[in-house]
Design a binder for this molecule. Structure first.
Ligand code: BG6
Length: 611
């Protein structure tokens, strides 16, 4: 997904732009560029294909591009191949207007036809060049940047976070936003804009989130916000309490390793945001017990690992609270024309709060009049703003493309929701309620102990790093754990793996098991253990190499596996929080052993805001 940055102030812009873009690399991109207003008052544009380092080298880390006002961009190609010509910034013919954009202009063809009819020509395949020339068209018409941005906002369809410099308005940058994230920060030295917090956190903690259909003008030390009626609007800054190193690696080799080790703290912070004095408190989400009692069915939609949290939530919530739960991948849910009940609660899970499919599923549910709840990590994100109610995970910025700490934080939210639903609906008594809460509060220390037990996983990772196919098998909640373990391995080690309901393997897929096939059996749900063990026996008898992941005490399983990893005992409902840790670590060490780019795996992006 693209990243945009901008700066205007006392300092040289290019180094600040490059630094900001480097903090957005995690979003996934294939080319980059900057534009700076030089000392002659002209816009200089420099763009390169490939990684940011290519651009930085070309600019001698920004030294060769003089000027104190500029915009920058990392592009994740959506319209037009990755190339220098398609890279942003884009401009009008005389470069008096330059722009960077994150999002998709859906009516770009119609707009291109309109502009062509007005004599415009085009040099790239991008929707952004069209967007830039639409701004130019309206600027020529109104001779006002704000008017041009308002007309742009009213004329284009789609998603955008767009930043524009006008030659006639030195040291000012104009932005508009719809559905793609955009923040603004101001200091005495200068003002900043970016797609995400890490890009400007080292300069300021007071962040303004630009809302949909809002326009802003930033100049040195000041930001002015407008609505589409051209009215100046007052916005309150949000104080970002993330540590600076929270957006840096903090001494770890990779963001993923850092973020895995942040899980005890993240789980603690998320628990503390939902449990006060030993009791669950959902008032921040405005979710009362009456409302919880009124829910007839929970409908969950999400993508990737967030979807896997939804699968865990289904098993736990149905078993504990006796509330029906449906869970879908958002890209399927949004197109299958689901039937909603009037007392459904639609829940969307999203770390970034910007995933296009999840956002679309939320909008569909709202259009159907369903109550909506978002479980989101990023403050002020689109999904957070558009859902009726929000529960924030407290994972802080998650940079590594493969999620770990956000997944763990999301699990906590759904444990808490399941327990509160069960209690509010009289399915558990006060003692069970308190016991479950105590067991949740104990999870961070258990997670820490699993994290420290990684020596054997490092060894096992080197043994399996050449595997071509891996199966993760389990039943019930263990199957849900397998889904996440399998995705982790695929995402960062590029080893093909499948998560399979252990009881289903014999219906076809077991034909793939042969000598040396690695099968990882997850057995934390004791009431299903016996069945799962027999599934391990089935694959072992066909030559499989078996790793077993189980809880301390189940020592009888060792006969069935070449490698057994034990996690501490905890309530079966909460086992995913512990079982996922060795699977994260194993995947990490396999990827590291293969010398792969752990934090930015090929083809992947941290947040997919395109469909
Ligand atoms: C994928 C990420 O692109 O999107 C996954 O690589 C993530 O880690 C999935 O689980 C959903 O993203 P989000 O931000 O909606 O949770």
């Amino acid at each position: 997904m693209c990243g945009i940055v901008g700066y205007t102030g006392k300092k040289q812009a290019a180094p600040i732009l490059l630094d900001g873009l480097s903090k957005l690399e995690y979003r996934g991109y294939d080319s980059a560029g900057v534009a700076v207003r030089n000392n002659a008052g002209k816009h200089e544009i420099v763009k390169t294909n490939g990684k940011l380092a290519v651009l930085s080298d070309k600019l001698k880390k920004g030294k060769t591009l003089k000027g104190t006002c500029g915009i920058g961009h990392t592009r994740w190609a959506t319209h037009g191949m990755p190339s220098e010509i398609n890279a942003h910034p884009h401009c009008n013919d005389d470069r008096s207007i330059v722009a960077v954009h994150n999002g998709i202009i859906e009516n770009y063809i119609e707009l291109k036809e309109k502009l062509t009819g007005k004599g415009y020509t085009f040099y790239s395949e991008t929707d952004t060049e069209i967007a830039t020339k639409i701004v130019d068209y309206y600027y020529k018409k109104w001779k006002s940047p704000v008017e041009a941005m308002v007309s742009f906002t009213l004329r284009v369809r789609g998603s955008y976070a767009i930043a524009v410099m006008f030659e006639d308005y030195p040291e000012e940058i104009y932005v508009a936003r719809k559905d793609s994230p955009l923040i603004v920060g101001t200091t005495e030295d200068g003002s900043f804009l970016a797609s995400d917090v890490p890009a400007i956190l080292k300069y300021t903690r007071n962040i303004y989130y630009v809302d949909n259909m809002e326009i802003a003008m930033i100049q040195k030390g000041k930001a002015t916000f407008y609505n589409v009626d051209r009215k100046v609007i007052q916005k309150k800054p949000v104080k970002i309490d993330w540590d600076l190193d929270a957006a840096e690696k903090g001494g770890y080799k990779h963001f993923m390793l850092k973020e895995m080790h942040e899980q005890p703290k993240v789980v603690t912070d998320t628990l503390n945001s939902l449990i006060n004095n030993g009791r669950i408190d959902l008032s921040a989400a405005r979710l009362s017990d009456d409302e919880l009692r009124s829910v007839d069915r929970v409908r969950i939609a999400a993508c990737g690992s967030a979807y896997h949290v939804g699968v865990v939530a289904k098993y736990i919530t149905e078993d504990l609270a006796r509330v029906p739960v449906d869970v879908d991948v958002a890209s399927e849910f949004r197109y299958r024309n689901p039937v909603f009940g009037e007392n459904d609660l639609f829940v969307v899970i999203s770390q970034s709060g910007e995933t296009a499919d999840s956002l679309a599923a939320l909008r569909m549910a709202k259009e159907c009049g369903v109550k909506t709840l978002a479980v989101v990590n990023v403050l002020g994100s689109s999904i957070a703003k558009e859902a009726d109610k929000v529960i924030y995970t407290k994972a802080g910025p998650e940079i590594s493309v493969a999620t770990t700490k956000a997944y763990s934080a999301q699990l906590i939210v759904f444990y808490v929701l399941a327990v509160q639903l069960a209690y509010a609906r009289g399915k558990i008594d006060g003692d069970a309620y308190s016991r479950l809460i105590d067991e949740m509060l104990n999870l961070p220390s258990l997670i820490s102990s699993v994290l420290s037990d990684d020596e054997r996983l490092k060894w096992f990772a080197t043994k399996i790093s050449n595997k071509k196919d891996v199966f993760f098998i389990g039943r019930g909640i263990d199957y849900a754990i397998c889904l996440e373990g399998s995705l982790k391995l695929k995402e960062i080690s590029y080893i093909h793996s499948e998560a399979y309901a252990a009881g289903e393997l014999k219906h076809g897929t077991i034909s793939l098991v042969e000598d040396g096939t690695l099968v990882i059996g997850v057995i934390t749900q004791l009431k299903l253990a016996e069945k799962s063990v027999s599934n391990l026996t089935e694959v072992k008898s066909r030559g499989a190499y078996v790793m077993c992941l189980t809880s301390e005490g189940n020592y009888s399983l060792e006969e069935q596996s070449e490698f057994t990893f034990y996690i501490p005992k905890t309530n079966a409902y909460f086992a995913p929080s512990l079982a996922v840790i060795p699977l994260q670590l194993l995947s990490y060490y396999v990827s590291a052993a293969k010398g792969l780019d752990v934090d930015m795996p090929r083809n992947l992006a941290k947040c997919v805001t395109v469909e």
